[in-house]
Every structure is written in structure tokens, then in C-alpha cells.
Design a binder for this molecule. Structure first.
Ligand code: HDD
Length: 701
């Protein structure tokens, strides 16, 4: 590159001096190779990226400075409108592979060949909060998957909860307005615990079932890698012969589903705002790829008619005990995005993106969604050509006569931009094997009406309640009590209690007691009273939890003089089971272990509170513990681990710290020293939480 004369980066307050690139103490490093030259968007090489163009060193900036103007203008427009819901999200690339040929049920190409991988992009999200809100709030989580199939993109735009708050898309804007921060004051952010939300849902009884799920542990998942996903609506599979089968889609993480404890979720929102985003990113970077099995409940119309509820109603689940899940394939997330904005932010999902072999039903919520998603992309992504953005492009050929519009990238050739035509021999044509809607008969009066078969709002809520284990029921009671305690309007609290009474007396009594509002539930008349259904164990996370620590994180608290052999034993045992281990120490720079070796910490005690971990190990030396007992942060570290029901591996030297933190012996307090100590710790940690400890530490409320 030719020698250029430029203005050097000045030190603050110093006179700006002209100097030659590459010379002088204050010049900044500039590449001298052409292919790395910094350029404007027009490709013009930039010689100075530090100083705007001025009239005199201390003079005004000149309007002429096209380099400055281009840079600032682009910056000014860096943000696009955030999603009206699901604004906060994290994405990952991966692939999907079916277990077997599903052609008996569907002609979808990506479900036919078990040797063929289909690329996917997944975006997990919270619903209510803004793009910068905390990850661990109580909320529904979005679970949206884009399959780049050989026959076009298929988007399965689901949630981590299998039902929805409303039965008809007509109510969606009202629901979202009520849950978002209140219109006049702009708070609370990312929280349903406020008057407008509970006002709305208490007046809309169809929301009762979903409220049960949202107030359960499902509303505070431990990780995006450890939560289930659901397509929610009943969809159709359609095979080559044109036969239709109803399907419900389910995602199941292979490392099991587990949740946070509410107090942990609250503290995590301070300790690590990005807890779920970081967890997903780090797991993929570490090669610990999140995996989800795709399951379906497949059933015909005759079976649907015998269920006793309407499969078009998105507030109902089909218990797996009635129609079992069959696992049909696996999704593996093996690559983080290269650029958050280009991929995670610009990805545009749409339930209407289906491929031949997959079709809709008349679920009125789904039907409304089929309009909303494309429409929202028009304002979010600025025009009708968002399918040309790299992350949204199909991987199969895409040709049609749609033309022009804002941000058109493709250069369509020739004069023929219409069909039929006789002027373009090789222009696209309809194909008989293309997508054809299932010809479901439909002929009825035009009306605005909810079917009678949608009227039972309590049986499934009761089924959910009765299918929970004791700790899960306690958590639901606590969550309702927490949220209603934030509701200032007493009449709204009473109305919600009235709904809960229609679900189950125990639930209502529990929440009333926790609030200190015994007997205050409003008396409400259900359109259809709750029926007691057969309990579904599959609805409970705790009842079906598998003993594992795969994918979980263990925090080890060390001090100078800590037992190096024991540390290594814990690390080896944990890694052997697929868990991660992180070291927490008083100083980040290094801790000198008992054998003279140094271990570098991942966190200091204040920067790595025990809420970040699934299980903890206390490995101080006898000397080290003397300092820790005088540190409030260290005592809180241990106390939190105990009160969050974690398994605590420990050495005898840790006793003073545990005593000060109020740790009492139980199955989860495991001595590491002596034969089999590490093994016993891992076995205990596989339980994840010591549920028996909970009633001793907190009562609902
Ligand atoms: Fe929705 C985004 C899931 C009902 C309108 N929705 C959005 C996302 C997920 C869902 C996961 C985020 C996609 C992403 O990561 O970009 N939505 C659901 C589920 C529903 C549901 C499982 C019920 C079963 N949604 C629903 C209704 C409407 C919408 C009834 C409107 C009538 N949803 C939208 C939207 C969003 C959206 C406004 C915001 C951003 C976007 O679409 O791309 O159009």
C-alpha cells in the first residue's frame, strides 16, 4: 500500500499532529496489506479511522466527511424493532435426523431417510421481556425450529409448555398487552406478577390450564438444554396417498428436563443475567451438544372423537398415557451462530412455513398465527424479501415470479415475470407433486362463535394439578401466592382464587393460606365443572426425572492448601459422567493447593455464587476455612446451596463454614474423604435436588 499521510490517534488533551502511518509512538496499527484494508461500504480504502475531517486541528467537522457520515448513519440504524413477543432469545445451528422412514404417515422428505441429516436453526426465547431482559424470569419459553429441508423450510414454532392461554387468535393482542410492562409506567419488565396480567387471565377462564403450567417449575427451566418443547396445536401428517393423520409434536431433551427453584431464579437474574444464553453457548463451545428427540402423538379422527375434549382446542393436552409418544428422530445443536444479529435476530419463523406432508388443522389459534408471523416480519425485517436473508433462505432451489420490493437481493433475469407464459421456455411451472392442502370438507354458516367442545376450562388444569408430585404442588402454590402478592387490586386476587377453587380445593386453600386470605375466593360458576381425569405421570418433571448429572455443572469451592488429590478425584468422576466442573476461589489468579500445585479459578466467590451450579463441593483447607467463615459471601454461598436443595460434597475442614451457613446433615450432605466418598457424592448429585429438605426450609408463600 502506498505510504499515506494521516492524523495520528491523539492522546487526550494533546495537540493533534500529522504523522506518517506506521511511524511515531502514537500511531495506531494499520494493515499494510490490500486485502485487509478497512474500507467504506462503497469499498473505498480508509486511511484514518480515528479522526473526523475538520477545518483545522481544533476546527469544526466538515459535512463533506463521507467516511464519518456513512459510519454514523449505519450505526444509527443498527437496531431493528425487537419482536413484540419472544424478544429475548438465543439461537444455535444443528441438524435433525429421523430414526426411520415415516412415509406411512407423511410424505415430508426430511422424515424419510434415517441416513440423511437436515440442517436446522433453533431459537429459544422468553416471551414477555424485552431483548435485554434477564433469562431466568418466570415465563413461557419459546422453542422454535427451522428445518432447511430439500422441499423448503419447515418451521415448528413451539413453546416449552404444550398448551396456550387463549383459544382464539383474536385474543392474542389483549393477552400480550396485559402481560407486558404496564402501558403508563413501563414496568414490571419481563414479569407476569402485576395487576394487568392477572386481571386479564382471571377474566378469561380458558387461560386456567396454561396458568397451572406457567406457575409450575416449567416456568423457570434450569437450561434451554433441559426443557421439553411442544408444537402445541394438533397438526396433520399427510402421506403420498393423501391420507391424513393428526399429530402433536414434542421435543424431549436427552439429558432430561429440570428446573430452577424460584429463589435461585431470582438470584440468578442478578448473578448472571445471561444464564441460559451463556449456558447454551458454553455447552456448544465445549462440544457438549444439546440434543432433543422429536416425538409425535399420532392419531386418527376416530380416536380424536373419543377423547372427550376437542383436539382443535390449544388449551388441552392429550395425556401420553392415552396416546403414547413415539420418538421419530433427533435434533443435535452443534454450532453457535457466527453473528447474533445476522442469524438469531434476523431469523424469521412462521408456523405457516410447512412442507408437503405437513398440514394445519382448524385450531383457531393456529389459523390466526398463520397470518401474524409473516405480517410481523414485514415491519421487523423491513419488507417482503426477508426470505433472502441468509438465515431464512431455503437450501433447496427457490424460484417464482415474485419480484422487487425493499431490499431485493436476487437479480431476476429476462422479461418474463408472470405465469402462465409462452415466452420463457425454462421459467418455473406448477408441479403436480407440490404442496397441496388436505381437502378437509368445510361448509358452514359464517359466524363468530366458540364451539361447545371448547367450554371445559378446568378438567385439564385439575389433571395437571393432580399429576404433580408434592414438591411440585408446593411450588405451584408458592408461585401463585408470589404473583398474587404483587397484584395490588384485591378484587383481582379474589377472582383468581375463585378460578383456582374450580380447579381443586387443595390448590385454592393452599394459595389462600399462603396469602393470608382464607375463604376470600370469589364464587365463580364454571361453564363446565372440572372432571377428574386419570393422572398422567408424564406431566410431572420430578416423577419422570432420570438420575443423571450429564450436562450439569458442579462448583468446587477451594482455598489455599486444598486437597489436590480430592479435587482431581471429583473432577475425574464428574467428567466421567458428562458433567462440567468449575473452580471457585477467594482469588481469581490462582490458588495454591496442598501439594504445592496451583489451580486457576473460574470464578471468585462473589462472581461465582452457588446459584450457578447444580451441585457443589466444599474443599477448603483447615487454614483456608478460617477466613471463609468471616466472609459473608462465602457463608451465603454455602447457605444458598443448602437452601436450594443442592447436594454438597465436603471435607471435614469445611465443618465450621457449614455450621455457620446452617447446613444440617441429610442425604445430600456427603463426606468426600474416606473410601467411596467421591462416588457417593456423584450418586447423590444425580438426584439433583434433595426434595425432603425443602419442607424444613420453607413453607409455601
Ligand atoms: Fe407466537 C413469535 C410461539 C401464539 C404471534 N411465537 C413467537 C415465537 C415463538 C412463538 C416460539 C418466537 C419465534 C422466534 O424465535 O423468532 N406463539 C407461539 C406459540 C403459540 C403462539 C407456541 C401458541 C400455540 N403467536 C401466537 C399467536 C399470535 C402469535 C396466537 C398472533 C395471533 N408470535 C407472534 C408474532 C411473533 C411470535 C407476533 C413475534 C415475533 C415473530 O412472531 O416473529 O408474530
Amino acid at each position: 500500500m502506498a505510504k499515506t499521510t494521516r492524523t495520528a490517534k491523539p492522546a487526550a488533551g494533546k495537540t493533534r499532529i500529522k504523522t506518517v502511518a506506521g511511524k511515531g509512538g502514537e500511531t495506531h496499527q494499520q494493515t499494510d496489506s490490500d486485502d485487509r484494508a478497512l474500507t467504506t461500504n462503497q469499498g473505498v480504502p480508509i486511511s484514518d479511522n480515528q479522526n473526523s475531517l475538520k477545518s483545522g486541528a481544533r476546527g469544526p467537522t466538515l459535512l463533506e466527511d463521507f467516511v464519518l457520515r456513512e459510519k454514523i448513519t449505519h450505526f444509527d440504524h443498527e437496531r431493528i424493532p425487537e419482536r413484540i413477543v419472544h424478544a429475548r432469545g438465543s439461537g444455535a445451528h444443528g441438524y435433525f435426523r429421523p430414526y426411520k422412514d415415516m412415509s406411512a404417515l407423511t410424505r415430508a422428505a426430511f422424515l424419510r431417510n434415517p441416513r440423511e441429516k437436515t440442517r436446522v436453526f433453533v431459537r429459544f426465547s422468553t416471551v414477555a421481556g424485552g431483548a435485554g431482559s434477564a433469562d431466568t424470569v418466570r415465563d413461557v419459553r419459546g422453542f422454535a425450529v427451522k428445518f432447511y429441508t430439500s422441499e423448503g423450510n419447515f418451521d415448528l414454532v413451539g413453546n416449552n409448555i404444550p398448551v396456550f392461554f387463549i383459544q382464539d387468535a383474536m385474543k392474542f393482542p389483549d393477552l400480550v398487552h396485559s402481560v407486558k410492562m404496564e402501558a403508563d409506567r413501563a414496568f414490571p419488565q419481563a414479569a407476569s406478577a402485576h395487576d394487568t396480567f392477572w386481571d386479564f387471565v382471571s377474566l378469561v377462564p380458558e387461560s386456567t390450564h396454561m396458568l397451572m403450567w406457567a406457575m409450575s417449575d416449567r416456568g423457570i427451566p434450569r437450561s434451554y438444554r433441559m426443557m421439553e418443547g411442544f408444537g402445541v396445536h394438533t397438526f396433520r401428517f399427510v402421506n403420498e396417498k393423501g391420507n391424513s393423520t393428526f399429530v402433536k409434536f414434542h421435543w424431549r431433551p436427552t439429558i432430561g428436563s429440570t428446573s430452577l427453584i424460584w429463589d435461585e431464579a431470582v438470584k440468578l437474574a442478578g448473578a448472571d443475567y445471561d444464564f441460559h444464553r451463556r449456558d447454551l453457548w458454553n455447552a456448544i463451545e465445549a462440544g457438549d451438544y444439546p440434543e432433543f428427540e422429536l416425538g409425535i402423538q399420532a392419531f386418527d379422527e376416530k380416536t380424536a372423537n373419543k377423547l372427550g375434549f376437542d383436539v382443535l382446542d390449544p388449551t388441552k393436552v392429550i395425556p401420553e398415557e392415552i396416546i403414547p409418544l413415539q420418538m421419530i428422530g433427533k435434533l443435535v445443536l452443534d454450532r453457535n451462530p457466527d453473528n447474533f444479529f445476522a442469524e438469531t435476530e434476523q431469523v424469521a419463523f412462521h408456523p405457516g412455513h410447512v412442507v408437503p406432508g405437513i398440514d394445519f388443522t382448524n385450531d383457531p389459534l393456529l389459523q390466526g398465527r398463520l397470518f401474524s408471523y409473516i405480517d410481523t416480519q414485514l415491519s421487523r425485517l423491513g419488507g417482503p424479501n426477508f426470505h433472502e436473508i441468509e438465515i431464512n433462505k431455503p437450501v433447496c432451489p427457490m424460484r417464482n415470479f415474485q419480484r422487487d420490493g425493499l431490499m431485493r437481493m436476487a437479480v431476476a433475469k429476462g422479461r418474463v415475470n408472470y405465469e402462465p407464459n409462452s415466452l420463457g421456455a425454462d421459467t418455473p411451472r406448477e408441479t403436480p407433486t407440490g404442496f397441496a392442502s388436505f381437502p378437509e370438507p368445510s361448509d358452514g354458516p359464517k359466524l363468530r362463535q366458540r364451539p361447545e367442545s371448547f367450554a371445559d376450562h378446568y378438567s385439564h388444569a385439575r389433571l395437571f394439578w393432580l399429576s404433580m408430585t408434592r414438591p411440585e404442588q408446593q411450588h405451584i402454590v408458592s408461585a401463585f401466592a408470589f404473583e398474587l402478592a404483587k397484584v395490588e387490586t384485591i378484587a383481582i386476587r379474589r377472582r383468581v382464587l375463585g378460578r383456582l377453587k374450580l380447579v381443586h380445593a387443595d390448590l385454592c386453600n393452599g394459595v389462600e393460606a399462603a396469602l393470608g386470605m382464607e375463604g376470600e375466593a370469589e364464587t365463580l360458576q364454571p361453564a363446565v365443572a372440572a372432571k377428574t381425569m386419570k393422572i398422567s405421570k408424564a406431566l410431572s418433571l420430578i416423577a419422570k426425572a432420570q438420575p443423571t448429572i450429564k450436562g450439569r455443572k458442579i462448583g468446587v469451592l477451594v482455598t489455599d492448601g486444598a486437597d489436590a488429590k480430592l479435587l482431581k478425584a471429583v473432577q475425574d468422576a464428574a467428567h466421567g459422567e458428562g458433567a462440567m466442573v468449575e473452580i471457585v476461589a477467594p482469588k481469581i489468579g490462582g490458588t495454591k493447593l496442598g501439594n504445592g500445585s496451583t489451580v486457576v479459578a473460574n470464578h471468585t466467590i462473589s462472581g461465582g455464587p452457588s446459584v450457578l451450579f447444580d451441585a457443589v463441593v466444599l474443599l477448603p483447607s483447615a487454614d483456608g476455612v478460617k477466613k471463609l467463615v468471616r466472609e459473608a459471601g462465602a457463608v451465603a454461598w454455602v447457605h444458598d446451596a443448602f437452601s436450594h436443595l443442592k447436594v454438597i460434597g465436603n471435607v471435614a475442614a469445611a465443618k465450621p463454614l457449614m455450621d455457620k451457613a446452617g447446613v444440617e446433615p441429610d442425604d445430600g450432605i456427603v463426606a468426600l474423604e474416606g473410601a467411596g466418598g467421591t462416588k457417593a457424592f456423584i450418586a447423590a448429585a444425580k438426584q439433583h435436588r434433595i426434595w425432603d429438605r425443602e419442607p424444613k426450609l420453607r413453607s409455601p408463600g
